[in-house]
Design a protein around this ligand. Structure first.
Ligand SMILES: O=C(O)CCC(=O)c1ccccc1C(=O)O
Ligand SMILES: [Mg+2]
Length: 338
């Protein structure tokens, strides 16, 4: 893959700031840098606390999107889940409605500061409310590794009574996942385990599969360094995959759609409906599912709306900060031995 230089990457780049309806990952605004390459628009949006090494994979994904393009899709539509942040029970209905009809709902649990017994009670109530409002949807939870072993075991035994499609990264670490999975089986509640952080934050994204510590893997295009790299990780893992967003703009979501559309098997709905969490989008109309599905053809060539880019443009300090960040990630990516 040819790697363009930083000047070429930054030519036409713009940083946008997207306000959110609901706090997610501890924030209410999401910034993203959009790049304009010969193959189309691309997104570079590592989370603000990420350093150059981690960000360099996000940059590789942007270069693939904007300068090379993606492999051919094997399906026309991608099923999408609703994502319910760790909101109060009273807000669950409003959040669900913003996603429209969906085949599956992902519920965030074990939020920072709420991972103890009182938090588990809130989590169970949130899942019960989702179950009540969407009786036919598949329901999955994502703890972002927020529980310890005993809390996770107790919480998942209670949550399993509401019917769980799977539990995403309930605890930290590959050993932690393996041990919890065994304990759930021994307790007669074999809740399936999906690895997220144990794929995207490990130096070896295949270690979790090799250890037999998970039943499925969650894959995100930017953290894994592009659609092709994610595809080969899924193939080598030999597990079913769920494609999920990193809270990207619609431009980044398009790359997730490209990945979901080119996986040989796609048995679960994907976490690609997250633009519903934003109050404004760079695409007009935004990349939103219809009847719980995204149309692949319409998604693959996102072109931001010129007016939206002006309205959502971050201030000049932020433009400069992101340009520096891209340069640092680029230097890391092209360093000898990298
Ligand atoms: O998968 C989804 O439904 C939405 C995406 C999501 O949860 C997410 C978004 C940004 C960062 C991390 C995560 C995560 O899956 O943990
Ligand atoms: Mg997750």
């Amino acid at each position: 893959m040819r790697i363009p230089g930083p000047e070429e990457l930054l030519d036409g780049a713009v940083v946008v700031s997207q306000p959110m309806h609901t706090r997610f990952r501890g924030t209410t605004v999401r910034e993203a840098m959009l790049l304009r390459g010969p193959a189309g628009w691309a997104e570079f949006s590592p989370f603000p606390e990420y350093g150059p090494a981690e960000s360099s994979r996000w940059l590789a994904a942007a270069i693939e999107a904007g300068w090379h393009g993606w492999p051919a899709p094997v399906r026309d539509t991608v099923p999408v889940n609703a994502t319910v942040p760790a909101v109060a029970v009273a807000d669950v209905g409003r959040v669900l409605d913003s996603f429209g009809e969906v085949p599956a709902v992902k519920v965030k649990v074990a939020e920072a500061g709420h991972a103890g017994p009182a938090g588990v009670a809130e989590d169970v109530a949130r899942v019960a409310e989702v179950r009540r409002l969407r009786p036919r949807a598949a329901v999955r939870v994502d703890a972002n590794q927020g529980w310890d072993h005993d809390t996770a075991l107790g919480a998942l035994l209670r949550l399993a009574e509401h019917g769980l499609e799977y539990a995403e990264q309930p605890v930290a670490g590959i050993d932690g996942l393996a041990r919890l999975r065994e304990s759930l089986i021994a307790a007669g509640a074999p809740v399936r385990i999906a690895a997220d952080e144990s794929v995207r934050k490990e130096t070896d994204p295949l270690a979790v599969a090799r250890a037999g510590a998970a039943d499925l893997v969650v894959v995100k295009v930017q953290p894994l360094g592009g659609v092709r790299r994610a595809l080969s990780i899924v193939e080598a893992a030999g597990l079913d995959a769920v494609v999920s967003s990193a809270l990207d703009t619609s431009v980044g979501i398009a790359a997730g759609v490209a990945l979901a559309a080119s996986l040989p098997r796609l048995p679960h709905a994907c976490g690609l409906g997250t633009v519903a969490l934003f109050t404004e989008d760079v695409l007009e109309p935004p990349l939103r599912p219809r009847g719980g599905h995204l149309a692949v053809g319409a998604a693959l060539r996102p072109v931001p709306d010129a007016g939206a880019l002006v309205r959502m443009r971050a201030d000049e300090d932020r433009q400069r900060w992101w340009r520096e960040r891209l340069r640092a990630a680029w230097a890391e990516m092209t360093a000898v031995g990298a």
